[in-house]
Design a binder for this molecule. Structure first.
Ligand code: SF4
Length: 223
């Protein structure tokens, strides 16, 4: 098992180095750096969001702003840490002004995402928001229709459970959305075969810090 983990680690590192110089789409001209992904190279659970924002573009790590903090809290609520999962986005470079990724940018970058999935071999891929859900399900149904309902798909040549959930950024503005997100998160341990979520996964600890301002405009694709 340690050998497999080391091989995945090396493959992911090598591929990340390769993608760091990617110029396959126009986002290469405006990015500060490629935001490849972070977490365990052998994670059973992988999160796929939309695109890096301002802070991610500066720091090179996905989900480090207010939405990222909420993601960490939601993970904590189900007994998982960021180090145990893998987190990345559908496009690896920040769209200017946090606009939605264009179809040609999603198409150009999907090779990188599929290769990440191939290397990591997760059992469960949780898509955060519309773009990732549509891309990885291959279906047009939006996140409002399909959130919280797992689907069986083939990704990276292997059967994978796809689990669409709302993007955490959507819950920064709407308490009702936070509740939905928490409910959908609570099913993750069961989908991973870990049994029910720990009792500690309650809404209150997550909801409190959400008043923090978000510096960048919300991407419409989150809904
Ligand atoms: Fe390459 Fe993806 Fe960045 Fe476009 S968004 S330049 S395809 S890494």
């Amino acid at each position: 098992m340690a050998v497999v983990a080391a091989a995945a680690d090396l493959s992911l590192l090598a591929y990340g180095d390769q993608v760091a110089g990617c110029t396959r789409c126009a986002l290469a001209e405006t990015r500060t750096q490629v935001v490849f992904g972070s977490g365990s190279p052998t994670a059973e659970l992988m999160f796929v969001g939309e695109a890096p924002g301002f802070h991610e573009d500066k720091g090179g790590v996905p989900f480090v702003g207010a939405a990222g903090k909420l993601l960490s809290k939601l993970l904590d609520g189900i007994g998982l840490s960021r180090e145990e999962v893998y987190i990345c986005n559908t496009v690896k470079c920040r769209p200017p002004g946090n606009r939605n990724p264009l179809p040609e940018e999603l198409e150009a970058c999907e090779t990188h995402l599929f290769r990440q999935i191939e290397i990591i071999q997760p059992r469960l891929v949780a898509t955060l928001g519309n773009f990732a859900t549509k891309l990885l399900s291959g279906k047009p149904a939006g996140i409002t229709q399909v959130h919280g309902r797992e689907q069986q798909v083939v990704l990276g040549g292997r059967p994978v459970t796809l689990y669409p959930i709302f993007h955490p950024a959507a819950a920064l503005y709407t308490p009702r959305m936070l509740q939905v997100l928490e409910e959908d998160f609570r099913r993750i341990p069961e989908l991973l075969g870990l049994g029910p979520a720990p009792v500690a996964a309650q809404p209150a600890p997550v909801a409190a810090p959400l008043a923090a301002p978000v510096e960048q405009p919300l991407q419409l694709g989150l809904f």
